[in-house]
Design a protein around this ligand. Structure first.
Ligand code: NDP
Length: 500
């Protein structure tokens, strides 16, 4: 190639680069934690009281960014679960179902207000316990959790308008099991609609992230909610299993892995318990050549690196139209290099700590699988903290459709990139997954968006944006991503018996 041609090529390439002027340097901006007073030990919240577990056992919860112990929490066993279910049943029969719907709404509203008042404390504790960035817990998780309570408080006395010409009634006692990726938010997704529909609740948070659930128990207590309406039990998988198998529970709501979802579905089969499962995902984020490329790059970053990639609907499979693939990948690599990985309490941090050692090892395992499968890996060049569990934002190109990293949920900051030429090809590739939770489409053409939303087998499809959540819109999946919807009217219906 002539010198002239080389120059032209370099100029063409640099047009496709993001020029970040050598990256952005910020002074550290750590959130203060002086206002947060964690207890050394948290008991179970049963029947309106904080009580010691019958098991007599406690376990430690640690900060994944420092590996330091934060507190001890109780390990509820079968008899603790039984006690909580009995309290929930008694509260349902004697108090909650007898209260007017308007009064029930007032309690839910009060919980939302108290959460708002303690928003900063909730955000800091969520960041300490889960490893997620303070920017996220402060600006996304906590406000959204409050909004869920506000939203469902409004529906409590309007159920006949929500489901016109139908007779609706509460189910009874709801058993709810939540994961570690959005601990407080998932608690809100579960408790708020259940209470608005007139049910009482037994909830179990994940073992690595129990602390904001216990703060929520304190808030609920402070709200004056009648004893037994909400019971919160910390524990391991066996605590969750005891809730699922308890004979006096009317509804199970579970968010977590597809494997545990399958165990729960089998356990519930034939018992008459109503079930909703919100499970894993491997969502496609699709960029067409006519998309606003720079915005799409931001959307790709948000889609996969938000919350360290611990997001069931993460846009973990990127499909880029071949004609713009070079440009998108080059800009994406430039953008990756500007992401701050480190102290989750620092307001500049983009990617915090991986939630646990176990999840850290799972992600490392998948990165190795990607390399062994022959895909090309790129990771950002940032420095990682010495302690704690951190992973650099990583992407893989040259990924085969059959590759495990393109098929299995990694649940970490790892993106696979594939290309496509035609719309039919990308629809086929995107749908070729055992999951069907979410998808993203980036294009300037409205008709293409509508075409894809009817053909992609995914519960939620975002157009020219990604990871937007709102309490009014339903969320849930197809295939191995589970069934049932949370959020919106559909999420309310999941906690009601709806008859003609
Ligand atoms: P799990 O599905 O094991 O955990 C979710 C919740 O279920 C936790 O509260 C857990 O308790 C509880 N649980 C565990 N076993 C049982 C059981 N037999 N019966 C009832 N409840 C049970 O997810 P993991 O934390 O183990 O994560 C493993 C993988 O799952 C991740 O790598 C990720 O791929 C995926 N995942 C997906 C999520 C999603 O939203 N789609 C969320 C979390 C994980 P405990 O915490 O004590 O184990």
């Amino acid at each position: 190639m002539s010198k002239h041609k080389n120059k032209e090529k370099a100029a063409e390439q640099s047009k496709h680069d993001f020029d970040f002027n050598g990256g952005w340097d910020y002074s550290p901006s750590p959130e203060s934690i002086g206002h947060v007073k964690l207890k050394e030990r948290y008991d179970l919240y049963i029947d309106g009281k904080f009580v010691k577990p019958n098991s007599g056992k406690y376990f430690q919860t640690t900060n994944p960014a420092t590996e330091k112990v934060l507190a001890e929490v109780a390990h509820a066993n079968e008899s603790d679960v039984d006690k909580a279910v009995k309290a929930a049943r008694k509260a349902y029969e004697n108090v909650w179902s007898k209260l007017s719907a308007k009064e029930r709404g007032k309690y839910i509203y009060r919980i939302a207000r108290l959460m708002q008042e303690k928003a900063r404390e909730l955000a800091v504790v969520e960041t300490l316990d889960a490893g997620k960035t303070i920017r996220e817990s402060r600006d996304v998780d906590v406000p959204l959790a409050c909004n869920h309570f506000f939203y469902y408080a409004g529906w409590a006395d309007k159920l006949e308008y929500a489901f016109p010409n139908r007779t609706v009634s509460a189910l009874g006692v709801a058993g709810q099991i939540i994961p570690w990726n959005f601990p407080l938010l998932m608690g809100a997704w579960k408790i708020a609609p259940a209470l608005a529909a007139g049910n009482t609740v037994v909830l179990k948070p994940a073992e690595t992230t129990p602390l904001t659930a216990m703060l929520l128990a304190e808030i609920i207590h402070e709200s004056g909610l009648p004893a037994g309406v909400v019971n919160i039990l910390t524990g391991y998988g066996d605590t969750g299993a005891a809730i699922v198998n308890h004979p006096d529970i009317n509804k199970i709501a579970f968010t977590g892995s597809t494997n545990v979802g399958k165990i729960i579905q089998k356990a519930v089969a034939g018992t008459g318990k109503k079930l909703t499962l919100e499970l894993g995902g491997k969502s496609a984020n699709i960029v067409f050549e006519d998309a606003a490329i720079d915005q799409a790059v931001e959307g790709i970053v948000n889609g996969i690196f938000f919350n360290q990639g611990h997001v069931c609907c993460a846009g973990s499979r990127l499909f880029v139209q071949e004609s713009v693939a070079d440009e998108v990948i080059r800009k994406l690599k430039d953008r990756l290099d500007t992401l701050y990985v480190g102290d989750p309490l620092d307001k500049n941090t983009d990617i915090g700590a991986i939630n646990s050692k176990e999840q850290f090892e799972t992600i490392q395992k998948y990165i190795q699988i990607g390399k062994d499968e022959g895909a090309s890996m790129y990771e950002s060049t940032c420095q990682l903290p010495e302690n704690g569990f951190f992973v650099r934002p990583t992407l893989f190109t040259d990924v085969a459709q059959s590759s495990r990293i393109a098929q299995e949920e990694i649940f970490g900051p790892v993106l696979t990139i594939q290309t496509f030429r035609t719309i039919d090809e990308v629809i086929q590739k995107a749908n070729n997954s055992p999951y069907g939770l979410a998808a993203g489409v980036w294009t300037d053409k409205g008709s293409r968006i509508f075409n894809l939303t009817t053909k992609l087998r995914a519960g939620v499809i975002w157009a020219n944006t990604y990871n937007k959540f709102d309490p009014t819109s339903p969320f849930g999946g197809y295939k191995e991503s589970g069934f049932g919807r949370e959020g919106g009217l559909q999420g309310l219906g999941a906690y009601l018996k709806i008859e003609r």
